[in-house]
Write a protein that binds this ligand. Sequence first.
Ligand code: F1P
Length: 317
Amino acid sequence: MTQTETVIREQFPFWQAVLDAPEITKLAGPHAVLVGCGTSYNLALSLAAAFNAAGHSAQAVPAHEWLRRRRDYAASGVDLQIVVLSRSGETTEAVDAARAARKAGDPVTAVTCFPNSELASLGERVIIAETHPDEGIVMTASASLMLIAGLRLAGAQIDPGSAEEAQSLLDRLEAKLSQVAERQHIVYLGGGPLYGIAVEGSLKLQEMSQVVTQAYHPLEYRHGPISMIDANSAVVFLYSDETEAEEAKLAAELSQKGAFVVGLGGPGDLSLPVKTTGASRALVVLPALQLLGERLAQARGIDTVSPRHLTKVVQIG
Ligand code: F1P
């Protein structure tokens, strides 16, 4: 088993510590701006939806956008706080966003995997999600762990069976991956809290195997991107329980146009039921998408421990 796969499979015992951590309580206070880069930004996208659904107004903004173009994302004079997500706690834009917020007097909550990081030193409130020690450049276990921390900050309900279902979904998907591995164009669709996870699934695959991917809110896909679909496409459909019926019609249309549709939580050429509903479905499907990235990389003979052009931390001098 590769190092990346080992970390993906061994992440579940780490989940429990973050699920149980007594210091992670629902965030109080004004509108929350969730910032991060790469995977951490994708988590922010998913979490902003979870915050809003749980009654706390929130938005996700890439760290550099927030740092340099704040006026384009929030009207001046509006009370807000920022939640900065960064596995390393050392990413330049994330750290600078936290520093700028402190200077502006906005409360900062830091979510990171490293207690001695620069980001941790800048947070008024610091949430540590300890990750698997062997995790490499590509974020896998840490993404799930920071998602759990964020869901708890949002006050979202996390289904107690989430870890068990995530593990079972990962195994069920793995058993049927060969038809996806043959395709060269992979599309991820998900709405609400699953949109950030769709973008994250798509990023994993790009990072791990340099496959051309797309990620959209489900019904947006009909409005142009559908022109890309042919027999070379696979679609990973992250169904929302509330909108499954209209999403299933789109899935059928995509299959009919030649795509191989993997339905997580709904119908498809391969359909894998998901019991967990609401925002915690985002958590349940994430490890399966991580393994999908790794398997597709393996099928292409790519070593995901040292992915092309990537480093574990992006620090801009
Ligand atoms: C974020 C990130 C990762 C990406 C790459 C570089 O890091 O962009 O998402 O995979 O390894 O770093 P962090 O701010 O969460 O540490």
